[in-house]
Design a protein. Structure first.
Length: 422
């Protein structure tokens, strides 16, 4: 596992990361998670979560990419976008020799977890296997899942923005889907039947249900969403530094998932730009296993806001089903009014939660104030204190997946320096 922090102000960028890498098979300390992509202008990157992409280590990928762009004098945005384009070509580059079998494994995992999330919704809204045919209720579950998928949409886009042709996967994705979806669906149904202890006969889907599942799964590949559990396969990437000739730094972050069907899915795209405007003069971002620091900075995290909203949506859906069962005794106008009310409640749930909970805690405001006025050296000290809070918290909990030494990279207009806390 990993803990990482990004701090930025008008003077500098500080990247901080522990050095532990672990999974169920192995645990290693003293791993470098920073890569200098450009010395002039100063731009660096760090990764968290998955230590490879397509079976290739990040040090190999960043090393090759840095040589490709050497001397081009690119901006942080150009470097970040260029690296994503570079990753899309990795699978077809004989230099890396990526195993194509891994592509099919990633697709099967995506379909299985997609179906698991659908079955979870089915059970939440009252489906009991064997008592009610799944086709009677699956369309409502698909509708709820579609609301969840489209609630995030693309970074920077509104929830009601229509999907465009630009969002659609390339034709090779649909060829891949046609060749592999039927087998992946069978495998996925077997998986959810085992996980949820369901008789496979209870999940005998009609052709129309399979069509809607396929349609919604394709949509999910076009937007900023992945099924629950799939994020563990992703790698988080952070690029930060200075544009050529610009006084203020910029950072880009996103999650990259294993490729399948020529599609390299990228989610959680964010851009942070320091400027002369007061609210844009300080940034602190945390990545991966940083619960100790996050709980200090934030009262309620965005992730928890979304979980609260999703839970309430499911409970409102149960109420909606109960009301619908009685609507047969109502007039058509009254039944339609009730349906409109419940639909509006589900659609606006996230906004209600966001407005009801505080956006910034006092601790976060004070921390941003400290960052805003810090020199590069002071900014490095604040990053050190942030990481010490995380590491000591994990050590108290006897969690060795976050480990020392902690490494720091300081980027200023004058260049790049490093530091270490053991």
């Amino acid at each position: 596992m990993t803990s990482e922090v990004l701090l930025m102000n008008q003077e500098a960028v500080v990247l901080a990361a522990d050095s532990a890498v672990s999974n169920p098979i192995f645990h290693v300390n003293d791993v470098d998670k920073f890569f200098v992509v450009s010395q002039d202008p100063p731009i660096a990157a760090m990764f968290y979560n998955a230590v490879q992409f397509g079976g290739v280590g990040w040090s190999i990928l960043f090393g090759r990419f840095a040589r490709m762009i050497e001397g081009r004098n690119q901006t942080v945005d150009e470097v970040a976008d260029g690296f994503l384009a570079f990753l899309e070509q990795v699978g077809d580059d004989p230099y890396f020799g990526v195993d194509k079998a891994a592509e099919l494994e990633a697709f099967n995992e995506y379909v299985a977890l997609f179906l698991a999330q659908l079955v979870s919704i089915l059970q939440r809204i009252g489906w009991v296997p064997g008592r009610l045919p799944v086709d009677v209720i699956i369309m409502e579950a698909l509708s709820l899942l579609e609301d969840d998928i489209l609630s995030g949409r693309r970074a920077g886009g509104r929830d009601d923005d229509p999907l465009s042709e630009e969002d659609a996967p390339a034709p090779e994705f649909f060829d891949f889907l046609e060749q592999n979806f039927e087998q992946a669906l069978r495998s996925g149904i077997a998986y959810v039947c085992y996980e949820f202890e369901i008789d496979p006969r209870a999940l005998d889907l009609s052709g129309s249900a399979i069509f809607e599942i396929t349609r919604l799964m394709v949509i999910s590949c076009m937007v900023d969403w992945v099924p629950a559990g799939y994020a563990s396969l992703s790698a988080g990437l952070v690029f930060a530094g200075f544009h050529p000739g610009s006084p203020f730094p910029v950072a880009r972050e996103f999650r990259v998932f294993p490729s399948f069907g020529g599609l390299t899915k990228v989610t959680d795209r964010r851009r942070h730009a320091i400027s002369s405007e007061f609210d844009s003069t300080a940034v602190i971002r945390t990545f991966a296993q940083t619960e100790t620091l996050d709980s200090f900075l934030h009262k309620v995290s965005f992730r928890n806001r979304r979980r609260i909203a999703n839970e309430l949506k499911y409970y409102v859906s149960l109420m909606r089903r109960s009301a619908s069962a009685r609507s047969a005794r109502m007039s058509a106008a009254a039944a339609a009014e009730i349906d409109t009310i419940f639909a509006g409640m589900i659609r606006n749930m996230s906004d209600v939660i966001d407005s009801a909970l505080p956006r910034k805690s006092l601790n976060l405001r004070n921390t941003l104030s400290s960052i805003r006025n810090a020199s590069p050296q002071r900014l490095s000290e604040l990053a050190r204190k942030s990481m010490q809070m995380i590491v000591h918290g994990e050590e108290l909990a006897s969690n060795d997946t976050v480990g020392r030494p902690v490494k720091f990279l300081v980027l200023s207009r004058d260049g790049i320096s490093s530091d270490l806390w053991e």
